[in-house]
Design a protein around this ligand. Structure first.
Ligand SMILES: NC(=O)c1ccc[n+]([C@@H]2O[C@H](COP(=O)([O-])OP(=O)(O)OC[C@H]3O[C@@H](n4cnc5c(N)ncnc54)[C@H](O)[C@@H]3O)[C@@H](O)[C@H]2O)c1
Length: 341
C-alpha cells in the first residue's frame, strides 16, 4: 500500500486528501483520509472519477539534501517506493547522478530530479526549492540530511574556520532549508531534519559535530512550534552508528569488530533503518507528531556510551593527535592541520 497526495482545490477548507494506492498503478485507492486545517479525519471515501494519470501527477513531492550517498540515497529510494516524486540535492554531482541512475532502474522514470546544491548557500537552497515547485508543482516534504564530519581535534587546537564550516553545513543549511521550504509549503506538509545520537552525549563524536547536531534539535523544536498553526510538522531523526561512506571512511571490516563493544543491538545500523524512520515522520502516519526527535541507534543512547566510545569505533582523532576538518563525501577535500598551524 502506498500514498498519493491529491489536491482537491478547496481553498476555503484548505483540505488535502491522501489516497492510499496499491502497489499496482491501475488499482487505485482502497481507502483515504483527509487532512484539514482543523485536524485529521479518517474517511473511507474513494473518488472513482480520478484517472490514473491524475493520480500519478499528484504524487507527493520531497526534497532530500545529501541524497547522493548513504542515508540520503536510501531515503530517496524509500520515498520513491512510497510513491513520492523526489528532488535529489547534493554538492557531489557524481553521487547524485548515481542515485538517479539507481532510481530510474527501480522505478518508472520522470520521478526524480537531481540538482547540484551547496546547502551552505542560500541561493542554492532557493534554487533547490524552486526545482521542486517548478519541476513537480509542489513541495510536501523536505529532508535536511546533508552532512559532514566537520572539525575535529582537541578543543584547544580546533581552528575557528573549521568550526564555522561545520555549523554552516550542519546548522545554517537546516535553517535555510526550513526558511525557504516553509514559504512554499502548503498546510499539512512536513520537514525532517537528520540530527544525530551525538546530540545526546559528549562522547559520540567530535565537539563541533556534537554541538551542531544539538542545535539541529533545538531548531527542530522552535520551527515545529512556529509552523504548527499551518499544520507543517518539523521533526528530527537521530541516527546512531550507521554504515555509510561518512562513517566507514575506507576502514571496511575493521569496524565490524568494534561496534559490538559499545552498542546493545549487535549489528551496524543500515541507511535503510534511518530511511524508514524519516519516511514515517514525513508521512501521514505521524500526522500528530511534531517537534520530536526519534533516536534510531541500536540502543546506544539507552545504554549510555562510555567515554571511550569513539576509540571503540576508531573515530577519535584526538587519540591520534590529529586536528583538522572532515568534509565527508561532498567532494571537497578534508584537511589535517599540522601542529605548527
Ligand atoms: N553515518 C552515521 O553513522 C550517521 C550518524 C548520525 C548522523 N548522521 C547524519 O546523517 C546524515 C547523512 O550522513 P551519511 O552517513 O549518509 O553520510 P554520507 O557521506 O554517505 O552522505 C552525506 C551526503 O551529504 C552531501 N553533502 C555534504 N556536504 C554538502 C553540502 N555542503 N551541500 C550539499 N550536500 C552536501 C555529500 O555529498 C553526501 O552525498 C548527515 O547529516 C550525518 O551527520 C550519520
Amino acid at each position: 500500500m502506498k500514498l498519493v497526495a491529491v489536491e482537491r482545490g478547496d481553498q476555503q477548507s484548505r483540505m488535502r486528501t491522501y489516497v492510499r494506492q496499491n502497489d499496482c498503478k491501475n488499482d487505485l485507492r482502497r481507502d483515504s483520509y483527509r487532512l484539514r486545517a482543523s485536524g485529521l479525519v479518517w474517511s473511507d471515501e474513494s473518488d472513482e472519477s480520478m484517472t490514473n494519470t491524475e493520480a500519478l501527477t499528484t504524487k507527493p513531492v520531497a526534497i532530500v539534501t545529501g541524497g547522493g550517498s548513504g542515508i540520503g540515497r536510501a531515503t530517496v529510494l524509500r520515498l520513491l517506493a512510497d510513491n513520492y516524486r523526489v528532488v535529489v540535492a547534493d554538492l557531489n554531482v557524481d553521487g547524485a547522478s548515481e542515485t538517479v541512475k539507481l532510481a530510474d532502474a527501480a522505478f518508472e522514470s520522470g520521478r526524480v530530479i537531481a540538482v547540484r546544491t551547496d546547502v551552505r548557500c542560500e541561493e542554492d537552497i532557493a534554487a533547490m526549492i524552486a526545482a521542486a515547485t517548478d519541476g513537480f508543482g509542489r513541495l510536501d516534504t523536505l529532508v535536511n540530511n546533508a552532512g559532514v564530519g566537520g572539525a575535529f581535534g582537541p578543543v584547544s587546537e580546533v581552528q575557528a574556520p573549521d568550526w564555522d564550516f561545520t555549523f554552516d553545513v550542519l546548522v545554517r543549511a537546516v535553517f535555510l532549508g526550513i526558511k525557504h521550504a516553509s514559504k512554499v509549503m502548503e498546510d499539512g506538509a512536513s520537514i525532517v531534519n537528520v540530527a544525530s545520537a551525538a546530540a545526546y552525549s559528549g562522547c559520540f563524536a567530535p565537539m563541533a559535530y556534537t554541538a551542531a547536531k544539538a542545535a539541529v534539535l533545538s531548531l527542530t523544536r522552535s520551527a515545529a512550534v512556529e509552523l504548527a498553526p499551518r499544520l507543517i510538522r518539523v521533526n528530527a531523526v537521530c541516527p546512531g552508528a550507521v554504515r555509510t561512506p561518512l562513517l566507514e571512511a575506507g576502514r571496511g571490516e575493521e569496524l565490524d569488530a568494534l561496534l559490538p563493544l559499545a552498542q546493545p543491538l549487535p549489528r551496524w545500523g543500515r541507511p535503510e533503518d534511518i530511511a524508514d524512520a524519516i519516511v514515517y515522520l514525513a508521512g501521514p502516519g505521524a500526522a500528530f507528531v511534531t517537534g520530536e526527535s526519534l533516536v534510531v541507534d541500536g540502543g546506544l543512547v539507552a545504554a549510555g556510551p562510555g567515554p571511550d566510545f569513539q576509540s571503540h569505533l576508531g573515530t577519535d582523532p584526538r587519540k591520534r593527535g590529529l586536528t583538522g576538518v572532515n568534509r565527508g563525501t561532498s567532494g571537497e577535500r578534508s584537511v589535517v592541520h599540522s601542529r605548527a598551524q
